[in-house]
Design a protein around this ligand. Structure first.
Ligand SMILES: Nc1ncnc2c1ncn2[C@@H]1O[C@H](COP(=O)(O)OP(=O)(O)OP(=O)(O)O)[C@@H](O)[C@H]1O
Ligand SMILES: [Mg+2]
Length: 299
């Protein structure tokens, strides 16, 4: 991605989290990775690009009440104005996590974009242009995508530096991942040759099942990062009721059960993400900050 304007103190890594298969943990992982990176002192912006606004509701926010990704993509409002932050005392954000919310109206955006940006608008530019203004304000920008191929999803694939695939052990998980990989390769071939697979997260795992063992083995052998190592993240996120119950209360597990194994797993995953980006970009590896991390890296 290009440099933002001015003299940037930070240069955000832009990460799209996806899989066009529905209900595989995209939103849960996006929100908890951001919260874990935030806990490590990294400034994160989540952009909810799904009209179902699950990421938005994860923060206890009623999306209908706020301007958000719709106005970002139409160009009506800039990202820094749309970003909701810890400063909005009405809501309890995890430290260092900001959110551009979504709402149902995003569903109709494909119809209004030609009117806003002209008939030959670029799905890449409608997201890239507003992002440029905030690239120097964040360490990470995470794009939560919908399980479809509408323009906001395409835009995410076209602006991201990195792609994180998510999967859960369930029938057809492998087909979903194969389709998702084809989408990434399409985006690379067409308009975003810089897009790289950062890794595959396996979440919602009860390690006793054959399904989870075979998915883990498939991901380990079939997906690789640009330097030829397995793309599977070593940290696996367990299935646990702390996740849906935190979501019901509009909070992350870091806020409801900070000492739960799942919270530690997300901390370990955030550390792996930082180490992997450092490895793939040749940057210095980050210091571990969570002493429990080595105990939960289990793959
Ligand atoms: N580790 C976990 N343990 C238990 N339940 C989980 C876990 N991770 C996610 N879930 C549940 O699985 C469901 C799907 O998760 P999530 O909404 O994150 O998936 P998604 O891929 O974003 O879905 P969509 O495609 O609809 O956007 C949710 O009900 C969530 O509470
Ligand atoms: Mg989702």
């Amino acid at each position: 991605m290009e440099q933002g304007t001015g003299a940037p103190t930070r240069r955000a890594q832009v990460i799209a989290v996806g899989n066009q298969k529905g209900g595989v943990g995209k939103t849960t992982n996006t929100v908890h990775i951001a919260a874990a990176l935030g806990e490590r002192g990294k400034k994160c912006l989540i952009i909810d690009l799904d009209p179902n606004d699950t990421a938005t509701r994860h923060f206890g926010i009623e999306g209908e009440a706020f301007l958000g990704s719709y106005e970002l993509l139409t160009g009506d409002e800039p990202a820094d104005v749309l970003a909701m932050t810890e400063g909005d005392s009405e809501f309890e954000f995890p430290p260092n996590v900001h959110l551009i919310p979504s709402r149902r109206k995003l569903e109709s955006i494909d119809d209004v974009l030609p009117e806003k940006h002209g008939k030959f608008y670029s799905p890449r530019d409608i997201l890239m242009d507003p992002l440029k203004r905030v690239l120097d304000q964040y360490d990470y920008i995470l794009l939560d995508t919908a399980p479809n191929s509408a323009v906001p999803t395409k835009a995410a694939y076209l602006v991201a530096d990195w792609f994180i695939l998510t999967a859960m052990p369930e029938p057809f998980a492998v087909t979903g991942l194969t389709d998702a990989l084809r989408d990434i390769q399409d985006a690379q071939r067409k308009l975003n040759p810089a897009l790289r697979l950062l890794g595959v997260i396996i979440a919602g795992v009860d390690r006793r099942t054959n399904l989870s063992n075979s998915l883990t083995e498939y991901v380990r052998s079939a997906f690789s990062t640009p330097d030829g190592q397995s793309a599977k993240f070593r940290t696996i996120i367990s299935r646990s009721t702390v996740i849906p119950s935190a979501q019901k209360s509009g909070k992350t597990v870091f806020q409801t059960s900070p000492d739960h194994a799942v919270a530690h797993q997300y901390r370990a995953l955030a550390q792996e993400i930082e180490e992997r980006i450092a490895r793939l970009t040749g940057a210095a590896a980050p210091e571990p900050v969570d002493q429990n991390v080595s105990e939960v890296v289990n793959g």
